[in-house]
Design a protein around this ligand. Structure first.
Ligand SMILES: [Zn+2]
Length: 306
């Protein structure tokens, strides 16, 4: 296989097993640029086959998320909007790609954006329209048209077969100097259980440097946040440039970082040992949402946030 980012063909294997199914799954790190990728990247046909079997619920015509999931998604949406606001971004034509049940589209719209969403799964758009009266369409990234001031992409990029292609498409969808907010799982984080990292649904595992490199032809970095996920706010470049690859030093640093991950780090530095308690508290918080309608759950969060 050739690296999707740099074309090099020398890899270091990181995993041979899918954490969910225990089936064979080869994940490798490119020795030259450090991009971690499934090896080989599945074909479009294989991806479609996979999603039609493993994400079956998404293909149902009707879609009804549980109140606790709406509550969770709403809380995450408000944090993501705060991330934008800190950089002075609080209005404009916004597109949320991978919009799911529409929580982010609804809340961003309520806070002043002209928001739209798109999701590949049938049923979501109908749901968002009925519950929140917001605009969501069904479709894949390649089919999207129009021009936007802000595009948001939360936990989507790692599912797409070519990040370079995705950033090219996103660049073309943005107005001059437009903003792109990307959030992905962070491979360098210390709060993921070592037995719960590599999945067939994820084609890429990003470090700060590899995500920046994938975007570098079209985007410059405005802000980076690494809490447990990796969030980067990008600004569209005025002129497209050459890809800026991570240095060999950066690749070596990432390799060493991955070697130091383990149970000790997860349980103590990553606070894995407190996870049962945190889950209990979260369950208690979410239980308050149980008897409310979807829109009420989000409106309550909005009022609480002020
Ligand atoms: Zn590479």
């Amino acid at each position: 296989m050739e690296c999707v980012l740099c074309g090099n063909d020398s890899f270091e294997d990181l995993s041979d097993t899918d954490a969910k199914t225990s089936e064979k799954l080869r994940v490798s790190l490119c020795q030259k640029c450090g991009l971690i990728q499934q090896n080989p990247i599945p074909t479009t046909e294989e991806l479609q086959e996979y999603y039609s079997h493993n994400y079956r619920v998404d293909y149902k015509k009707s879609y009804t998320p549980k109140p606790k999931h709406i509550y969770r998604a709403g809380k995450a949406a408000l944090q993501r909007l705060e991330f934008l606001k800190e950089e002075g971004i609080y209005e404009g034509r916004l597109l949320d790609i991978g919009a799911g049940g529409g929580e982010f589209v609804y809340l961003s719209g309520a806070l002043g954006y002209r928001s739209q969403g798109v999701d590949p799964n049938i049923g979501y758009s109908e749901y968002a329209k009925n519950e929140y009266n917001c605009e969501l369409t069904t479709g894949e990234l390649d089919a999207i048209q129009g021009k936007y001031d802000i595009i948001t992409l939360y936990h989507v990029l790692e599912h797409l077969p070519c990040p370079l292609h995705a950033f090219n498409k996103l660049y073309n969808l943005l107005n001059q100097g437009g903003t792109l907010s990307v959030e992905v799982p962070w491979i360098e984080a210390n709060d993921a259980s070592p037995h719960n990292i590599f999945f067939k649904a994820h084609l890429f595992y990003f470090s700060v440097d590899s995500l920046i490199a994938c975007a570098s032809k079209y985007f410059e970095v405005l802000k980076i946040d690494t809490n447990n996920n990796l969030s980067i706010l990008f600004k569209a470049k005025q002129n497209i440039s050459e890809i800026e690859y991570p240095s060999q030093q950066s690749v070596n640093k990432l390799k060493n970082r991955l070697k130091s991950k383990g149970w000790i780090e997860y349980l103590f530095k990553g606070k894995g040992i407190q996870k049962p308690l945190r889950n209990f508290i979260r369950g208690f918080e979410e239980s308050k949402a149980l008897n409310h309608q979807p829109k009420e759950i989000l409106d309550n969060l909005l009022h609480k946030a002020g």
